[in-house]
Design a protein around this ligand. Structure first.
Ligand SMILES: *Cc1c(COP(=O)(O)O)cnc(C)c1O
Length: 434
């Protein structure tokens, strides 16, 4: 079982007090009773703490931490990070609108990533005066130049280069190899910057890289950045004024699986320190502003998905614990075979049993854990799926016509609903019956 230490900040924010699990001082049983289940619960303190670790680790250098909105795009979380001074890494016009609503002052700290940007999205970002477009193809660069001319503004851009560095992670979230759809081969970038120099509506302001997600070893980040800085040197030789180096996101967390390849048991603080050391080793005396795009690392462990057990069912030798949360609420186990610790909200005395924890969705892939040894549970009990703050709610869907979960943000001793449970009316509202 996960190490559920008793200090809120610096460890997991979900802790037992008198055998009852709370987000800090706020009991999850009480939250489940007040707001129903499935329910996402987030710790504001934990998110601020982790953001602070990044700020401290890079304090010696001009930097902006652009939180990757797609990890968890809750307006309440965006606002709290915006207030802490974060910028944002967005991948759509929808995410741009989220930043606008949550933290207008942060629009000037937005970087816009993504392999397929639409014209309306580019226009909205130009109008908002974002910091930087991370451009992923020559064709996209032409569109950006056209739109910038049309709107009469110069577009600051960086090419997202593909450094061809292998980072050990799940193949679906590895992005830094030549065979991936992301970025521009680093060897081809210089020529594209040269062409861009002739376009007066384009300002080649930086170079970007992002090698993937849930990367636990820090060496690939350093290796990728070294290649990027080699290119930066060449670009300066060519007369480009490169002011930003964007090292992307991707730093992984310890989900507590026994097969974690590296960094297991390392504190968040130590992990960020190692990451910073790897980047600093590559950066040396580089004077450009460092941009970072962490997503998962800031929010994953700050969140838990609380669900109620509907039925405990035996099929032959197997025992299935069926919860009211399903793969539409948290798809990581189904999509990436991801491991999540699952703990009872009230600790019992019973001995452990080996069970599958599954949802009610009509798919065999709808599971949270398989052959997991855990304390005996019965219908009506509450379970918490831990480390669910990243790529949980943001990847949720209405599959099986299930409304999306509610979300609560706990801040110190207080808490508040930050998203209502989606109603049937909201779910069906856009559909047309002639
Ligand atoms: C998804 C993504 C991130 C964030 O990745 P994490 O693993 O959540 O840190 C950062 N930058 C880009 C371009 C991304 O696509």
């Amino acid at each position: 079982m996960a190490d559920l230490r008793t200090d809120v900040v610096g460890a997991r924010p979900f802790v037992y007090r008198k055998k009852r699990l709370g987000c800090g001082a706020v009991g999850l049983t009480e939250l489940a009773e007040e707001f129903g289940t499935p329910l996402y619960v987030y710790s504001a303190d934990q998110i601020r703490y982790r953001f602070g670790l990044f700020q401290a680790a890079f304090a010696g250098r001009a930097h902006t931490i652009c939180y990757a909105v797609k990890a968890n795009s809750s307006l309440a979380i965006l606002r709290l990070l915006g207030e802490a001074g974060a910028g944002f890494d967005i991948v759509s016009g929808g995410e741009l609108e989220r930043v606008r609503r949550a933290s207008k002052a942060a629009l000037k700290r937005v970087v816009f990533s993504g392999v397929g940007k639409q014209v309306w999205e580019i226009d909205a970002a130009l109008k908002a005066g974002i910091l930087l477009f991370n451009v992923e193809s020559e064709a996209e660069l032409s569109v950006l130049a056209e739109r910038a001319e049309e709107m009469g503004v110069r577009a600051r851009f960086a090419l997202r280069v593909n450094p061809d560095v292998f980072a050990e992670t799940h193949p679906y979230i590895s992005t830094g190899l030549r065979e991936h759809k992301f970025g521009i081969a680093i060897g081809e970038a210089r020529a594209i910057y040269k062409k861009a120099k002739r376009m007066k509506w384009l300002d080649a302001a930086g170079v970007s890289v992002h090698i993937g997600s849930q990367i636990r070893m820090v060496e690939p980040f350093g290796a990728a950045l070294e290649r990027v800085l080699g290119l930066v040197g060449e670009l300066r030789t060519d007369g480009h004024d490169i002011r930003y180096v964007d090292a992307g996101g991707g730093l992984g967390i310890d989900y507590g699986a026994s097969d974690a390849s590296d960094g297991e048991g390392v504190t968040a603080e130590e992990q960020v320190r190692r990451y910073a050391a790897a980047l600093e080793g590559a950066l040396g005396g580089e004077g450009a502003r460092l941009l970072l795009e962490p997503g998962r690392f800031l929010v994953a462990q700050a969140g838990a998905l609380v669900s109620r057990v509907l039925v405990v069912k035996k099929n032959g030798a197997k025992t299935f614990v069926i919860t009211d949360a399903g793969m539409n609420d948290l798809i990581r186990p189904s999509l990436y075979q991801a491991h999540h610790e699952i703990v009872p909200v009230t600790q019992g005395a019973g001995e452990d049993a080996v069970v599958d924890v599954v949802g009610p969705v009509c798919e065999s892939g709808d599971f949270f854990a398989r052959d997991r040894s855990m304390g005996r549970v019965k219908a009506g009990d509450l379970l918490a799926v831990l480390d669910a703050g990243a790529y949980g709610m943001s990847l949720s869907s209405n599959y099986n016509t299930r409304g999306r979960a509610a979300e609560v943000l706990v801040d110190g001793d207080s808490y508040g609903l930050v998203r209502r449970r989606e109603s049937l009316k909201e779910m069906l509202g856009a559909e047309i019956l002639a």
